[in-house]
Design a protein around this ligand. Structure first.
Ligand code: ADP
Ligand code: MG
Length: 347
């Protein structure tokens, strides 16, 4: 199978919304009047972001999911995406399920594949996604002229919220790497969170105009919340008691209580129940939940946004004037922040 047969067979479908899709030198999108394009790009590298033998259906899903998660963080509605693919070989047994996983998620979000590039090389998947958001005006003077939800607009006094639960994906990763023994049923549950994350697209859109700032959690809650703090020029207090109570899945809580999960933690953490528990919750990585801020006056609106998108939303902290991120326990006592979030080039 040659390059063009491969593109034709697996990645060419009639476009429904784009003016022009796969097959020409460029694709053409027509933004609706009064809308802006929100654009994001994420690359998945074999051996770096996923194991080379990862199920191709899951990989197709995840490659698009991580990009849709960025659109969700901005409150954008998905429109279309491009796919740049480096493949070791043109293997139909890999390509068919990869395309199926990719296009199933694409269809679920009405997001069309409109183009890409295909080359031989070490497995590498790079997707650029295009979404639409309402055009300006700026929320406040000094902010960009868009109604996209930004990282830079959190304000002192805002509440901090997180969607869904955190840490399952990290537990799966540790188990697959042999650091933590897990029974088969537990591994299957958390592996699903690692390999087929759910991008919070509906919640992101429901929060537009309600959330003051938002980011998706790809590298761990602390790291991604810190992006909001830095970009907004504010600090925050986070209640680790609420984090443990509200942001842990039952699966993670149970796994952290069995002695079999008591393998030496890869990072030093606080000793709440289990040395790794808070690390998984606060700095787990690969969660693809949303962390966002909103003024206390909009608590009911946040609640409604969660319910209307069938997504759990938990309030776990506040934005403060003083720069930096302070962790406290349920009694307001400080908790040492020794949790490292993921950084590809960290020493
Ligand atoms: P060019 O040489 O102009 O870069 P290509 O020959 O690489 O174009 O690609 C031919 C057409 O197929 C283009 O429309 C391109 O967008 C599309 N395409 C290539 N690879 C992919 C892919 N992996 N998924 C979807 N479309 C693709
Ligand atoms: Mg090309």
């Amino acid at each position: 199978m040659g390059e063009f047969e491969l593109i034709q067979r697996y990645f060419t479908r009639p476009t429904r919304h784009a003016v022009l899709g796969v097959g020409d030198d460029c694709a053409v999108l027509q933004p609706a009047p009064g809308m802006q394009l929100a654009i994001s790009c994420d690359m998945l590298v074999s051996g770096r972001h996923f194991f080379a033998d990862t199920d191709p259906f899951c990989l197709g899903h995840k490659a698009l999911a991580v990009n849709l998660s960025d659109l969700a963080a901005c409150g954008a509605r998905p429109l279309a995406f491009t796919l740049a693919l480096a493949l070791p070989d043109a293997n139909p047994n890999w390509l068919a399920p990869f395309a199926a996983g990719l296009l199933a998620l694409a269809d679920a979000h009405g997001c069309e594949l409109i183009g890409g590039d295909t080359t031989q090389g070490p497995l590498n998947i790079c997707i650029t996604v295009f979404g639409e958001v309402l055009a300006g005006p700026a929320l406040r003077p000094g902010l960009p002229a868009t109604q996209a939800t930004l990282r830079s607009a959190a304000q002192v006094g805002d509440d901090i919220y997180v969607s869904g639960t955190l840490g399952d994906a990290r537990l799966a990763l540790e188990a697959l790497q042999g650091h933590v023994p897990l029974d088969g049923a537990t591994l299957a549950l958390v592996r699903q969170r690692l390999e087929q994350p759910t991008p919070r697209v509906a919640l992101g859109q429901a929060l537009r105009g309600i959330a003051s700032a938002c980011a998706d959690i790809s590298d761990g809650l602390l790291g991604d919340l810190n992006h909001i703090l830095h970009r907004s020029g504010v600090g925050a207090q986070l209640d680790t008691g609420l984090v443990t109570e509200k942001l842990s899945s039952d699966t993670l809580a149970a796994a952290m209580q069995t002695p079999s999960a008591m393998a030496p933690p890869p990072h030093q953490g606080a000793n709440l129940h289990h040395p790794s528990y808070l690390t998984y919750l606060l700095a787990g990585g690969d969660d693809y939940e949303l962390v966002f801020t909103a003024p206390p006056a909009l608590r009911d609106a946040v609640d409604l946004a969660g319910r209307s998108s069938a997504t759990k939303v938990s309030r776990v902290g506040q934005i403060e004037q003083a720069p930096g991120l302070r962790l406290v326990d349920r009694n307001g006592e400080p908790v040492a922040n020794t949790f490292a979030s993921f950084d590809h080039f960290a020493a």
